[in-house]
Design a protein around this ligand. Structure first.
Ligand code: NAD
Length: 488
């Protein structure tokens, strides 16, 4: 891998501590970082290099997948880290940064390849990108890349504005938009599973699949993110990005040579084939919910509007369920149901594929005992694949018995999403990042929902914390003769 300088804006922030430093450390231990490597942390606070390194070390002790207890490895890792004060709007700070980067490139004999990671609020993206360009930080004789966190825009127009501004300083192939769901190992396997297993490949169509269910449930409430979340809701925080990315990753059909370009092209085709919703259709395709008081794991919790810093009158969505259709050769007629919510009964992200039952009316067996074939991808917190089949019940002749064929990966061996993503960004592999086309098409699809919510054209259903969301979410599937699988 090419020598690189990793420039981290927001080096004193929460995301850096919990995800980025542990990811870098685990990559280092696995020898997946470039041989010559320099990290420059940036923040508003004055910090010495030693204090910065001590902070990084502490974050590894708290959050790293692998224990950071080998002093020699730790020392080698931490010696790559330097710190510089930078306020995003102060131009002279970028000049200081440039000097520091050049000095380190000389000391370590690094080629001037620079990766700028923006772990700061989205209100700073534009200023930072412009200052990188103006200061000359991005015009050295190597490559430059920009890694940015979500949210990418607040709606279609703001996303377009932001993209236009970023593209003045960085070309599309230099921008790596993180959607950390794309970094999850099981999500990264979806494409390979389908492509390298003829059994799955043959079944991946409307001929055999009855419906697809994508769920991402959390048990936590709004926590300390009230100010942000109350303006965003489940539709912007989860649905527009993570949920639609899961849909794309599941629904793509790839040719044999699945290059990064193919993946992106096919994801775009999925989004272009999504039947658009008109504002007046939102009410029949989307369920909007907000959690009320209830019980989570035996503990009483307050409702959303009683959370600190949330107005009693807030009509923000903490739950969304949706029915989507992909109007293409493979998926025409297959409903895709997507739901995501806070304060749900369980923390779980999974995809369930329910297969059709062409022999439902067979006369030689008790039909009630027959279950549909299900293929389940468990994405988090545990990773696994289950296939549900029917066999004969030896105890009750004439009845079926469902069995599950299971694969589950064990925790410590599985790299975290941020490890995969940082590794790929360092390699310049854009496969598991959100291309602008996908982001734009996602916002475009979601825009009528945003407007319908804004104009209160869709009722806001209360659901008790600790449940699976409002009853209307069940009704959305019941209308088509289905139900959500695995709700207790
Ligand atoms: P944070 O508030 O903990 O950290 C923000 C960082 O920005 C700090 O290091 C702070 O010093 C720096 N900063 C603020 N104002 C600055 C200025 N004027 N000049 C220079 N630096 C400044 O936030 P976080 O949780 O680390 O999240 C960072 C970004 O990542 C946010 O945009 C957030 O939306 C996004 N994000 C966070 C998570 C998460 O799990 N925390 C998940 C997805 C996306």
């Amino acid at each position: 891998m090419e020598a690189t300088t990793f420039v981290l804006f927001g080096a004193t922030g929460d995301l850096a501590k919990r995800k980025i430093y542990p990811a870098l450390y685990n990559l280092f231990v696995d020898q997946k970082l470039p041989q010559s490597f320099s990290v420059i942390g940036l923040g508003r606070r004055e910090l010495s290099d030693e204090t910065f390194q001590a902070n990084v070390e502490q974050s590894l002790r708290m959050f790293s997948r692998r224990e950071a207890n080998d002093p020699a490895i730790l020392k080698n890792f931490l010696q790559a880290f330097r710190y510089s004060v930078l306020d995003v709007g102060r131009k002279e700070d970028y000049q200081k940064l440039l000097q520091l980067i050049e000095q380190r490139e000389e000391e370590l004999r690094l080629s001037p390849n620079r990766m700028f990671y923006l772990s700061v609020g989205p209100e700073f993206f534009e200023t930072i990108a412009a200052n990188i360009q103006e200061s000359g930080l991005g015009s050295a004789n190597g490559w430059k890349r920009l890694v940015i966190e979500k949210p990418f825009g607040h709606d279609l127009q703001s996303a377009r504005d932001l993209n236009q501004k970023l593209s003045k300083a960085f070309a599309e192939h230099e921008i790596f938009r993180i959607d950390h769901y794309l970094g999850k190992p099981m999500v990264q396997k979806l494409e390979v599973l389908q492509q390298s297993n003829p059994v799955l490949q043959a079944l991946w169509t409307n001929r055999y699949i009855a419906n697809v269910q994508i769920t991402a449930n959390e048990t936590v409430g709004v926590e300390e993110r009230a100010g942000y979340y109350d303006h965003v809701g489940a539709v912007r925080d989860m649905f527009q990005n993570h949920m639609l990315q899961l849909l794309m990753m599941l629904a793509i059909h790839l040719p044999n040579n699945s290059t990064s370009e193919n993946v992106r092209l096919n994801k775009k085709m999925v989004m272009e084939s999504l039947e658009p919703l008109q504002k007046e259709d939102v009410i029949s395709h989307i369920v909007r919910g907000q959690y009320g008081a209830g019980t989570i794991q035996g503990k009483p919790v307050v409702g959303y509007t009683s959370e600190p810093s949330i107005a009693e009158t807030s009509r923000n969505d903490t739950f969304i369920a949706a029915k989507l259709r992909i109007d293409d050769y493979f998926w025409r007629g297959v409903p895709f149901y997507i739901r995501t919510g806070k304060r749900m009964n369980e923390k779980s992200t999974r995809i369930v594929i329910e297969f059709k039952e062409p022999f439902k009316q067979s006369s030689w067996a008790n039909d009630d005992s027959k279950m549909p074939n299900l293929l389940v991808f468990e994405i988090s917190p545990n990773e696994g694949i289950t296939l549900q089949l029917n066999t004969r019940d030896p105890q009750h002749r004439g009845e079926f018995k469902p069995i599950q064929i299971d694969f589950h990966a064990s925790g410590d061996d599985v790299p975290e999403a941020y490890e995969n993503l940082i590794h790929d960004a360092l390699h310049g592999d854009p496969t598991f990042f959100a291309h602008w086309d996908e982001v734009e098409l996602s916002w475009k699809w979601v825009q009528p929902i945003l407007e319908a919510f804004e104009e209160n054209l869709v009722p806001l259903h209360l659901y008790a914390a600790g449940t699976y969301g409002p009853a209307e979410s069940d009704a959305l599937l019941a209308k088509d003769g289905y139900h959500w699988w695995f709700d207790a």
